[in-house]
Design a protein around this ligand. Structure first.
Ligand code: ADP
Length: 259
């Protein structure tokens, strides 16, 4: 900051200045392109639910007054689609407002096993069509935002439920190494092709199979999980064999272990 280029700058200084300037412009340009892409992808995602809402409103207008069945069906569909849209808009806002550097964290010390148990219990309650198991590890205390960590694990679990057929297995567990607490959600569902593995954490990315299946997702969950984990200086990993299942892990640095 204290350095100023001499007005009578040398050729070398001018070259350095020009390079710095160009580098800065490259970054501004690439940020701008990314933002444009985000706005365009977000608008595209919002188009479908809006078209569905309009379709049902149209149906109500034409037949809803006389036909009680049409009335109920349309109202249910409108409520459902409005909920989906609300969910989508919340995800878009999270991504637009946060990145790993700006994410605000409400940190506290807690045992990693607490979040495993809480997510396991709530999943068991809402999902009776999968075989859900969990195992805790020798405890470690982490200093992290508990709600955000739970949100990231829930994203893994939600995906495991979506992409694993009924009666399939979902396991939520934890281990530790010298540095990290490792939370893993493993399923024996449809798996991910190796060509898609690198991209699943990208915004709006959905593997072809999930687009065909119309799982209702928008390809935003894993990019939110990634922001949360990187915001904690952690790591996020995936391993998967197509048709056999997937394993998503979060690695978080811990402050101490409790034996
Ligand atoms: P979505 O809302 O589509 O689930 P995500 O960002 O959470 O968005 O996931 C991106 C894509 O990664 C999914 O559409 C799917 O193709 C793939 N994926 C994520 N989790 C799993 C899983 N457990 N099994 C198979 N595919 C998965």
């Amino acid at each position: 900051i204290n350095t100023r280029l001499n007005v009578k700058a040398s050729q070398y200084e001018l070259k350095e200045l020009a390079e710095t300037f160009n580098h800065m412009m490259d970054r501004i340009e690439s940020d701008y392109i990314k933002q444009q892409q985000f706005v365009s992808d977000a608008s595209h995602e919002l188009r479908t639910p809006i078209a569905v809402l309009k379709g049902y409103a149209d149906m109500l207008d034409r037949w809803g007054k006389d036909d009680k069945e049409v009335l109920q069906e349309s109202l249910d569909a409108i409520k459902n689609e409005a909920n989906n849209m609300q969910d989508l808009v919340e995800k878009l806002l999270f991504i637009a407002r946060n990145d790993k550097k700006t994410l605000k964290l409400n940190k506290e010390e807690f045992n990693i096993n607490e979040v495993i148990e809480e997510v396991y219990r709530e999943t068991k309650m809402i999902d009776t069509s999968h075989d859900i198991t969990s195992s805790v590890c020798q405890g470690v205390i982490i200093y992290a935002d508990k709600n955000r960590i739970k949100q990231a694990i829930r994203i893994f679990v939600e995906n495991a439920r979506k992409f694993t057929p009924e009666q399939g297995k979902i396991d939520i567990s934890c281990t530790r190494d010298d540095e990290y607490a490792i939370i893993t959600v493993k399923d024996n569902g449809m798996g991910i092709k190796s060509k898609d593995l690198k991209k699943v954490f990208d915004r709006f990315y959905r593997a072809e199979e999930s687009r065909v299946k119309e799982s209702g997702g928008h390809g935003l969950g894993l990019s939110i999980a990634k922001i949360i984990v990187l915001g904690h200086r952690g790591k996020i990993k995936v391993k998967s064999n197509y048709t056999e299942g997937s394993r998503f892990s979060i690695l978080l640095p811990y402050i101490k272990s409790v034996d």
